[in-house]
Ligand binder design. Structure first.
Ligand code: GLA
Length: 400
């Protein structure tokens, strides 16, 4: 008997170790998917989620790398007498397991939302006090991704609260991406590596280019400005999350959406589309599925881009990629066109032990939105960059 108990104990420890190793191996590049919140808010249902999974495949999004289909707040309505979480039976009549099965049948992954507080932000039941029970339930349903919010947290210690759910997910035995959503309030970049795979760095995004709402909502430029010092905390399996995408939701111009998407890719941000995938315009589809820009985001080194040069209205960002390639993004914050005449020879980059001297290196330049080669770093770059737009290029070393 004693031997059996010891054996079971060792097996248990082995399985826990295995599942936490699994947890360390997921999200090795920034997660890509779709989330219901930005466009649909509380208006979620199994019909909507199924249609979105269908559209994810038919629109070419899944081929471009998007895989998680995540229901945000409002799917849950109550707990039963045993404390089990109950999905809204009117909106999800077939139950969450059937929905997860449907999403999986499309070759996609399935995600869900809860909150570290007693209630979610929309006052649905939160997971406080039910973390292990909820994690086991999610695993039984086939959940692959959990976004975990911070409303009604009742002044818990953030690190402890997120670690509890992280441990519960690891013990569930299913690899589940853990998305920490405490809006950057407790500087999660300093403590969340190993606890979650991504953590929000700011308040909620708004579908505008340059705006700051009095409750904290932020536009694209306002969010970018808050990412500048965070590059050192990102890497494979642990990402800064500047919030989900607004591309295609109607509040910005095509150029502004290109900028939004380009910069999220430069920042190695998770790419969670937040628009209606069923009726995307050609422009929205073209932006969200630009494979060359996505490849910068998904680069296996997992470096977050850094602001290399700040000239007020004009900025230059660089992201170091595998094979000694470099993504460079010229960001025009102003409404006026930027007549950019850039002398690469003057560019010296020193970054995490890496020094790149353009005066001694030669690169071919590929424009990632025009999809063409546009010269080498031996000549000045001569480009007009429209207002609120970017020029995003990939530098490829020329082997002499
Ligand atoms: C918070 C989060 C949002 C969204 C809503 C849902 O505001 O930051 O991303 O999940 O809650 O209520």
């Amino acid at each position: 008997m004693k031997l059996l108990i010891t054996g079971l104990f060792i097996l248990g420890a082995f399985l826990t170790e295995l599942s936490s190793q699994n947890a360390d191996k997921i999200a090795m590049t920034p997660p890509m998917g779709w989330n219901s919140w930005n466009k649909f808010g509380c208006d979620v249902s199994e019909k909507l989620i199924k249609e979105m999974a269908d559209a994810m495949v038919s629109s070419g999004m899944s081929k471009a790398g998007y895989q998680y289909v995540v229901i945000d707040d409002c799917w849950q309505i109550d707990r039963d007498s045993a404390g089990n979480i109950i999905a809204d039976p009117e909106r999800f009549p077939s139950g969450i397991k059937a929905l997860a099965d449907y999403v999986h049948s499309k070759g996609l992954k399935f995600g869900i939302y809860s909150c570290a507080g007693t209630k979610t932000c929309q006052r649905r039941p939160g997971s406080r006090g039910y973390q292990y029970q909820d994690a086991r339930q999610y695993a039984a349903w086939g959940v692959d991704y959990l976004k975990y919010d911070w409303c009604y947290n009742e002044e818990q210690d953030a690190k402890a609260a997120y670690k509890t759910m992280s441990d519960a997910l690891k013990e569930s035995g299913r690899p589940i991406v853990f998305s920490i959503c405490e809006w950057g309030s407790n500087e999660p970049w300093k403590w969340a590596e190993g606890i979650g795979h991504l953590w929000r760095t700011t308040a909620d995004i708004r579908d505008c280019f340059d705006c700051e709402l009095n409750w904290g909502g932020l536009g694209v430029l306002n969010i970018i400005d808050k990412q500048v010092d965070l590059w050192k905390y990102a890497g494979p399996g642990h990402w800064n999350d500047p919030d989900m995408l607004e591309v295609g939701n109607g509040g910005m111009s095509e150029e502004e959406y290109k900028t939004h998407f380009s910069m999220w890719c430069m920042l190695a941000a998770p790419l969670m589309a937040g628009n209606d995938l069923r009726n995307m315009t050609e422009s929205t589809q073209m932006i969200l599925t630009n494979k060359e820009v996505i490849a910068v985001n998904q680069d296996s080194l997992g470096n977050q881009g850094i602001k290399f040069l700040d000239m007020g209205d004009h900025e230059i960002w660089v992201k170091f990629l595998k094979n000694n390639e470099i993504a460079v993004c010229f960001l025009n914050r102003s409404e006026q066109p930027w007549l950019c005449n850039y002398n690469w020879g003057k560019m010296n980059i020193y970054h995490i032990g890496k020094a790149v001297r353009f005066s001694s290196m030669k690169y071919k330049i590929r424009d990632l939105w025009e999809h063409k080669m546009i010269g080498t770093t031996e000549q000045n770059l001569n480009k007009e960059i429209p207002g609120h737009c970017v020029l995003m290029v990939r530098l490829i070393p020329v082997k002499e």
